[in-house]
Write a protein that binds this ligand. Sequence first.
Ligand SMILES: NC(=O)c1ccc[n+]([C@@H]2O[C@H](COP(=O)([O-])OP(=O)(O)OC[C@H]3O[C@@H](n4cnc5c(N)ncnc54)[C@H](OP(=O)(O)O)[C@@H]3O)[C@@H](O)[C@H]2O)c1
Length: 280
Amino acid sequence: MIGVNGSVRDTDRRLVVVTGASAGIGLAAAIELARRGDRLVLVGRDPSRLRTAAAEVREASGERPAVFRADFAVLDDVRQLAEQLRAAYDRIDVLANNAGAIVLAPVTTVDGFELSIQANHLAPFLLANLLADRVRRMVVTASGAHRSGVLDPDDLNAPLRRYRPLTAYGTSKQANILFTAEAARRWPAVGSYCFHPGVVRTRFGNESRLVAVGMRLLPLRSPGKGAQTLVWLANQDRSRLHDGGYYFDCRPRRPLRKAADPQLAARLWTTSAAAVGLPA
Ligand SMILES: NC(=O)c1ccc[n+]([C@@H]2O[C@H](COP(=O)([O-])OP(=O)(O)OC[C@H]3O[C@@H](n4cnc5c(N)ncnc54)[C@H](OP(=O)(O)O)[C@@H]3O)[C@@H](O)[C@H]2O)c1
C-alpha cells in the first residue's frame, strides 16, 4: 500500500528474518532482500559481528535492520529469540533458516546434543515451530553435503561415537531437507522450501587450515551468487514452487533418497520435537 506522500508504509513492506545473517550467504541475502525493499531482521550469535553486518546492510540499501542475538548451541537462546520475535512482530513474511556450521571436533552442547545436529537442525526446527503460526514462508539453507548424511532419528547423537566432521555435517543437512518436506506436509499455510547454495567462499569451516586455504584458492562462488536461490525462493509466486521442495540454482532438484523419504521425515519430526521439548 502506498502512503499519502507516495511512500510505501513500513508495515506494508514484507518482514524477512534471516538467521546466520552476520556473515556469508545470510548477509549477502539480507543485503539483496533489503535492496529489493524488504524490512530485515538479522539474527546472529556475536553482537559485534551483528553490528557490522547491520551497518553493511544499511550502507548497501538504506534499510536499518533490526538485530537479535542467539547462539544456536543453546536451546534456551532459541526460545528467548522466538519470544522476542513474537513480541516484536505479528507477521513474519519469510523466515530464512540459514545459520549453520561445520563442526570440526566432537562437541556436546549444554542441551546434551552433538553440536552440528543441534545448531544446524534442532535449533532451527525449534525456532520454526515456535514461530510457525506467524510465518508465511520458510526458506532453509540445506546442502548437497546431505549425501554424507547417516541420519538415525532415534539416535541423533550417533555421530559423536566415531566423530567425522563431514558425516556429522551431512547428517544435519540431510535433516534440513527432511524437515522442510515434513514442514510442508504439517504446515500447509507456510510455503516451505530448501536449497543448496553451491560451494561458496565464506567463513564456513575456516577454523580448519585446510578448508580455509581451499576457500581462498579454489574458484568458488561468491556469497551473493550463493544467496541467489534463497532470494529467489523468498520472492517467487508460491504457485510456481513445489512445497517442501529442494532447489539448486533456482530449479527444483531431487535430493538423494535418504533425504526424500517421507517416513524418515515423519520420524525425524517426532524425535526432534521430543528432543527440544515440543509436543509431537
Ligand atoms: N559455504 C558453502 O559452500 C555452503 C555450502 C552448502 C551449504 N552451506 C550452508 O550455508 C549456510 C550459511 O553458511 P555460510 O557458508 O554463509 O557460512 P558462514 O560465513 O560461516 O556463516 C554462517 C552463519 O551462521 C552463523 N552461525 C554459525 N553457528 C552458529 C550458532 N551456533 N548460533 C548462531 N549462529 C551461528 C554464523 O554466525 P557467526 O558470525 O557468529 O559465526 C554466520 O552468521 C549454512 O547453513 C551452511 O551449512 C554453505
